[in-house]
Design a protein around this ligand. Structure first.
Ligand code: NAI
Length: 248
């Protein structure tokens, strides 16, 4: 069953990790995929090939999601190629973890710009097209720490809390125009980002998870497929944790 047949999708930061899993999962369901990453390097080119191998179109753009102008340029080009954007996944994200007392202004600004302002940039650029279509699904990649807060991640947690409130606000504002917006809040997902966490800290995390394991990018991607598809046609303004019951 192809839940996203002929849908046009734009995903930020999808050369690898969770974004790539979302791209492949949506492509498997029949969607054409445009994605961005900081550069279209060999990894990103491999992602393009893997998407195309599923029989759909793939477009990769080297673009900094934190840049308002670059985001608008990408959306213009995707609209020129695809004619429309049905699903926007604001996935690009980084961490610069440190304790509040040591956090620099640069660490705060960088994380807020890449994780939260990027979503504003893309929603701002995409929503006029979705309003014209009178349809669209926006998915913001948040995190469970955006719901709970986390010591050593004040910048990251604040940015991810912002992703929830941004999705809820857009859902209320653009709902009357047929646009849905939701947030996904992954818990501990095994990826390049979490591979950087020391082994002992990783074990401490998994011991706290009722399902006793980290999630996979595929498990996050499956929820995104649901939120992008008509299966969730009455789900908007919500945040869905994907965390093995870590956050309840
Ligand atoms: P990752 O580091 O493997 O992938 C992130 C991708 O975003 C990379 O390809 C990176 O180059 C790209 N990126 C970074 N800055 C960018 C920018 N300014 N413009 C465009 N692209 C940019 O990370 P992962 O784990 O796949 O995370 C994806 C999203 O999921 C992030 O928003 C992250 O905060 C979120 N998340 C991840 C969790 C995890 O356990 N891995 C848990 C909760 C949320």
């Amino acid at each position: 069953m192809q839940l996203l047949r002929n849908k046009k999708v734009l995903i930020t930061g999808a050369a690898r990790g969770i974004g790539k899993a979302v791209a492949l999962a949506m492509a498997k369901h029949g969607a054409d995929i445009a994605f961005t990453d900081l550069e279209i390097d060999d990894k990103a080119k491999e992602t393009i090939k893997e998407i195309e191998a599923l029989g759909v179109r793939a477009l990769g753009y080297a673009s900094n999601a934190a840049s308002f102008d670059q985001a608008h340029q990408v959306v213009k080009e995707v609209i020129r190629e695809f004619g429309r954007i049905d699903i926007l996944v604001n996935n690009a994200g980084i961490t610069r973890d440190t304790l509040m007392l040591r956090m620099t202004e640069q660490q705060w600004d960088l994380v807020l710009n890449v994780n939260l302002k990027s979503a504003f940039n893309y929603i701002h650029a995409v929503s006029p097209h979705m309003v014209k279509q009178r349809a669209g699904s926006i998915i913001n990649m948040s995190s469970v720490v955006g719901l709970s807060g986390n010591a050593g991640q004040a910048n990251y947690s604040a940015s991810k809390a912002g992703m929830v409130a941004l999705a809820k606000s857009v859902a209320k504002e653009l709902g009357p125009r047929g646009i849905r917006a939701n947030a996904v809040a992954p818990g501990f997902i095994v990826s390049d980002m979490t591979d950087q966490i020391p082994e002992a800290a990783r074990k401490a995390w998994t011991d706290m998870i009722p399902l006793r394991r980290g999630g996979t990018p595929q498990e996050v991607a499956d929820v995104c497929v649901f939120l992008g598809s008509d299966l969730s046609s009455y789900v908007s303004g919500q945040v869905i944790p994907v965390c093995g019951a870590m956050q309840t």
